[in-house]
Ligand binder design. Structure first.
Ligand code: CO
Length: 284
């Protein structure tokens, strides 16, 4: 059953979403060469608790960590370890929390260090673009097929593979609610979106084949051909007009880095020319 959230529930999800953005933003700053995946996980947990929230993933179907850290050919659900990030890596940071009973869930893929290949940059950009295309399609009256079509239209011209095994999802009082939201058209239904639905959209896009396999740790999904993969995710609310991105970084910025003058200055400082963060080019 797909729930319609009340105004009050959406406001609580807005609060949870802002905290998710705040944590992810700070994790992104720390994702530098030499930092271990465990250190990022510990920081994620500390920040979450310091905001009075709880990690959403820890304890979820046996997952033991706060963060998923998926490096290079890892697609999703990479387990934080003592592995150190290296210059030239790309890392997917997938994070969720629960605050006053409501969940937020979001992911970004960011580059580590200075020497990022053009291939990696392009894959990240196209994957992020596909998330924003999907968000634009998330309007009352549109269907889950429209979301998947928007993703497909963005990525297939580049010859990339869309992962099928993992999907987006409804979200609210639980991390995963109905409906499931596939990122490829053939997998998506004609289910219609209505105002008040809260969903998490999360395209996982591979440089090569769409096929993935799961490592013996039972969690880490990797590309079948060992080529790169990228993942972006936002939690959003369907409205009468434009969808509202509940995990947007723009508001989170203001109370996280008060000493900086603007979000765009922060982006420049944090990313230089690399400029890849989960906000779209249109100020979201
Ligand atoms: Co999710």
């Amino acid at each position: 059953m797909v729930q319609i959230k009340s105004k009050r529930e959406i406001d609580l999800m807005r609060q949870a979403g802002k905290l998710v953005a705040k944590v992810l933003m700070q994790l992104t700053e720390k994702a530098k060469p030499g930092v271990t995946l465990e250190e990022l996980d510990r920081l994620a947990e500390e920040l979450t608790l310091s905001y009075g929230a709880k990690p959403a993933f820890k304890g979820y179907i046996g997952y033991k960590h706060t963060l998923c850290t998926s490096v290079n050919e890892q697609v999703v659900h990479g387990i934080p370890s003592k592995r150190e990030l290296k210059d030239g890596d790309i890392i997917g940071l997938d994070f969720g929390l629960v605050y006053n009973g409501f969940y937020g869930d979001s992911a970004v893929t960011v580059s580590v260090g200075e020497n990022i290949s053009d291939r990696a940059m392009k894959l990240m950009q196209v994957t992020k673009d596909s998330l924003y295309a999907a968000i634009d399609a998330s309007r009352a009256g549109n269907t889950l097929k429209d979301i998947a079509k928007a993703i497909e239209a963005t990525v297939t011209p580049h010859g990339y593979g869309i992962v099928r095994e993992f999907v987006g999802h409804g979200i609210g009082m639980k991390l995963h609610e109905d409906p499931q939201i596939p990122n490829y058209e053939a997998g998506a239904s004609g289910f219609k979106l209505k105002p008040g639905m809260t969903i998490a959209i999360e395209p996982m896009i591979n440089e090569g084949t769409h096929q993935v396999k799961v490592l013996s740790d039972k969690w880490t999904a990797v590309t079948a051909d060992s080529k790169l993969s990228a993942h972006y995710e936002h939690t959003l609310c369907i409205t009468d007009g434009e969808p509202e991105i509940l995990t947007s970084w723009d508001d989170a910025f203001q109370n996280t880095f008060q000493s900086l003058t603007s979000f765009s200055d922060w982006k420049k400082g944090a990313y230089g020319e690399r400029g890849l963060n989960p906000s779209g080019g249109n100020g979201r």
